[in-house]
Design a protein around this ligand. Structure first.
Ligand code: NAD
Length: 363
């Protein structure tokens, strides 16, 4: 099992170190190799995704990724900005399926802005198509409007498009994932207005016939945005396009109240995947040892489940995270009165201890 470890910038190095520590106590043998990415790679090699880093990623079974970005790179030309590294990895590895779980841990229900009874036990998996839709559709650009409401005015345009195979493959990913969960898929579209999403709805319905054991329903995106805050526990697996998924996955993440707890995965057709926390590089707290490493540790668990075929090891990590929360340990972002505030390393150590069932002295 070969893992490319790409810590990146800001808190990336701190949180990835904790995830690596956790992987190392699992009695599994991994080949792990680290390389710079993002701003760190720009500093070291003049590019956010150097050839050597890309090769390492391509040759690995999975990539454990921290986060990239820092405000100090905002003035660089777009192609050299740290965030381009993620787009490059998605493109070169064909990572078309983005998994964003939104899980509300029992001990953290108070962190949500919704009433505890609405979110307690929440466990949604948002599956977002990642390589198509209006974000990549051609043609796009700026021009002088040839027609429309203001002919001759400056205008900009993008193209929303999806092909049948693109929809089929993401739909299959969603149905397969639902089979391992509560067997319920909600496909989110805007078929009432958009041709692209009428095709989406038709194809998802056809694919659904191959999965009679999974309940399929369809929801317009505006209603889905509403239902996520009204009755979030209705959802099990949500599958949608790139743009709607971008927005709904952030909305779902916020239902749980803490971005520091949420992992994510981006997979290709061969189940090779990039695993990263849903948050960014948090330059405001970098280097202080206070970042929450749990999203990254849970991303490592997803990696074991989806790319490395080690579901039992994944479950061990997830139970260990539950156990440290039950012990009352909290990093600053999820701390509340009556719980014990710990730093990044102490939180990683506590997860390791819960896995190995040994007790350690709190640092
Ligand atoms: P952010 O997610 O980095 O931070 C938002 C807020 O959440 C900050 O207050 C931060 O301190 C806090 N936070 C984030 N992760 C945390 C953690 N693990 N523990 C405790 N607190 C945490 O988003 P931002 O501030 O908008 O962006 C900062 C940089 O990250 C930018 O350069 C942005 O482009 C980049 N970014 C990268 C990714 C990625 O690498 N996938 C994703 C989003 C943003």
């Amino acid at each position: 099992m070969k893992i490319a470890v790409l810590p990146g910038d800001g808190i990336g190095t701190e949180i990835v170190a904790e995830a690596v520590k956790v992987l190392n106590v699992l009695d599994l043998s991994f080949e792990m190799e680290t390389a710079p990415v993002g701003g760190a790679a720009y500093e070291a090699a003049g590019h956010p995704l150097p050839e050597a880093t890309l090769k390492l990623a391509k040759d690995a079974d999975a990539i454990l990724f921290g986060a990239v970005g820092d405000w100090k790179y905002d003035k660089l030309e777009r192609a050299l900005r740290p965030e381009q590294a993620i787009l490059g990895l998605r493109k070169h590895l064909g990572l078309f399926a983005n998994f964003r779980p939104a899980i509300c841990y029992e001990q953290l229900t108070h962190a949500s802005s919704l009433k505890p009874e609405l979110v307690a036990g929440l466990d949604i998996l948002i599956i977002r198509e990642l390589t198509g839709d209006i974000y990549f559709g051609q043609p796009r650009g700026r021009r002088t409007a040839p027609d429309g409401h203001f002919p001759g005015a400056e205008e900009a345009f993008d193209t929303m498009r999806y092909s049948r195979p693109e929809i089929e493959r993401i739909a299959r990913v969603a149905f397969e994932a639902a089979r391992k969960r509560n067997k319920h898929v909600t496909s989110v579209d805007k078929a009432n207005v958009l041709e692209t999403f009428q095709l989406w709805k038709d194809v998802v319905t056809e694919v659904g016939k191959d999965y009679p054991d999974v309940t399929l329903d369809h929801m317009y995106v505006d209603n889905a945005a509403m239902q996520l805050v009204k009755k979030p526990k209705f959802f099990d697996v949500v599958v949608t396009g790139n743009m709607f998924g971008d927005i709904l996955s952030d909305e779902a993440a916020m239902l749980t109240g803490s971005i520091g707890m949420l992992p994510s995965a981006s997979l290709n057709a061969g189940n090779q995947g990039l695993y990263e926390p849903s948050h960014g590089s948090a330059p405001d707290i970098a280097g202080q040892g206070v970042a929450n490493p749990l999203a990254t540790i849970l991303s490592a668990a997803m990696m074991l489940r989806y790319s490395l075929n080690q579901p039992e090891a994944a479950a061990r990590i997830e139970s260990a995270v539950q156990a440290v929360l039950a012990q009352g340990l909290r990093t600053a972002d999820i701390w509340s009165e009556g719980t014990t505030k710990v730093g990044t390393r102490a939180m990683g150590d506590a997860v390791v201890a819960a896995i190995t069932k040994t007790t350690i002295t709190k640092s």
